[in-house]
Design a protein around this ligand. Structure first.
Ligand code: TXA
Ligand code: MG
Length: 362
């Protein structure tokens, strides 16, 4: 791919300056790609209804065409161009959770290019809540297809600097609206299966979804991440959901067990590796920090273990911070699955891709 100059423009995340939005929107209208913030992670966007523009996303990201994209809209009325008649269930869900971190899998209308859906007869749609994302979609005058703005297989970016690190020279413009508030990607909910199914836990919690949709279930793909062999059925239902996704470029080892057992095991592992001269990075909760003060490891606290939304917001930035300073391994504690903890644990299991140590209860 040809090297192009990447411009980064700082933009007000609450009241985005119109002229800056217009510059980005003009690029989208011209069939180019633009990186922009959403409340979950940064996205790499292009006009969703123009196949040529969407090709640019795959090229910049190095993503295979078999991985479908999410179409972002600025208002519910845009749904009619993307899908068929709206069942009551969809109306309820969008009333309750849009704009926000919920992506719905719906039947695809013929207006949506096959490239966007990787040939599937369904389309993923989301209305983000970030003022910059909404302003950009409105100004562009079309829905915007956007995956996370990272190179294929890397961690999603939660700051403009992360996106620049992955896509410098591959995109013309990055809108820098500061760090993303949610920090993990949207919850992907399949409404085309017999029972509504979460294909990817994310920024909207399972508990919140159940208040509207008590019958919602977690995809068996979730078990794939837990190490059970991937079946063909799962691969077809959730393309692009392979458990090798989201990995940092350094190996990550995930410790699971009681608080005390995790702390003791991580401390042991730091000592063993330090003795061999390794540079070790650690991701823990605020409550754990004191344990590791003099351990010789580089320690990043992700927030309180009792507040999973703090951990979600800090998780990808924590992984990237350790990665860029060149640690040789990342040791990470796990978090329980309430609220956004479900998405946090999912991303950690993916990042660990099998390197999970169960250290028991004491
Ligand atoms: O929060 C987010 O969702 C971010 C921001 C930018 O909106 N976007 C994002 O996009 O995470 P991406 O492409 O990295 O992840 C989208 C996921 C993919 O893993 C894909 O498998 C799933 O959504 N997906 C998209 N269309 C689908 C479809 N028709 N059926 C099943 N899964 C689909
Ligand atoms: Mg992604």
């Amino acid at each position: 791919m040809q090297h192009i100059h990447t411009e980064v423009i700082k933009i007000d995340p609450v009241h985005p300056e119109e002229a800056k939005i217009e510059r980005a929107a003009a690029l989208i209208r011209a069939g180019e790609v633009v990186v922009f913030p959403t409340e979950t992670v940064y996205g790499l966007g292009a006009n969703a209804l123009q196949a040529r523009a969407v090709e640019g996303i795959f090229a910049a990201k190095g993503r295979p065409f078999s991985d479908p994209l999410i179409v972002h809209i600025a208002g519910k009325d845009a749904l009619k161009d993307l899908t068929g008649a709206l069942p009551e269930q969809v109306k309820q869900l969008t009333r309750e959770f849009w704009p926000g971190p919920l992506t719905l899998i719906l039947p695809r209308s013929p207006l949506v290019p096959k490239l966007v859906t990787a040939g599937l007869e369904t389309v993923a749609v989301r209305m983000p809540s970030h003022p910059i994302a909404l302003a950009l979609i409105r100004a562009a005058g079309s829905p915007i297809a956007a995956p996370s703005a990272n190179r294929f297989m890397h961690i999603s970016p939660t700051t403009a600097q992360h996106a620049l690190g992955d896509l410098d020279g591959r995109v013309p413009l990055i809108l820098d609206g500061g760090p993303c508030a949610v920090g993990v990607e949207s919850t992907v909910l399949d409404l085309c299966s017999a029972v509504p199914t979460i294909l990817r836990p994310g920024g909207l919690s399972l508990e919140a979804l159940r208040t509207v949709l008590p019958e919602v279930q977690l995809s068996t793909r979730h078990n794939v991440v837990r190490g059970i062999a991937q079946t063909e059925a799962v691969a077809q239902k959730a393309p692009g959901q392979l458990f090798t996704h989201y990995a940092p470029s350094v190996p990550l080892i995930l410790f699971e067990g009681s608080e005390e057992a995790m702390r003791a095991a991580i401390l042991n592992e730091i000592r063993r590796r330090r003795a061999e001269g390794e540079y070790v990075g650690v991701l823990v909760a605020d409550e754990d920090v004191a344990t590791f003060n003099d351990s010789g490891a580089l320690v990043r606290a992700l927030g309180s273990a009792a507040a999973p939304e703090q951990v979600a917001a800090a998780l990808f930035a924590g992984m990237r911070a350790l990665e860029v300073v060149g640690v040789q391994v990342i040791l990470c504690r796990s978090f329980d699955e309430h609220g956004l903890g479900l998405a946090v644990r999912d991303r950690l299991l993916r990042a660990a891709s099998g390197n999970v140590l169960n250290v028991g209860e004491n």
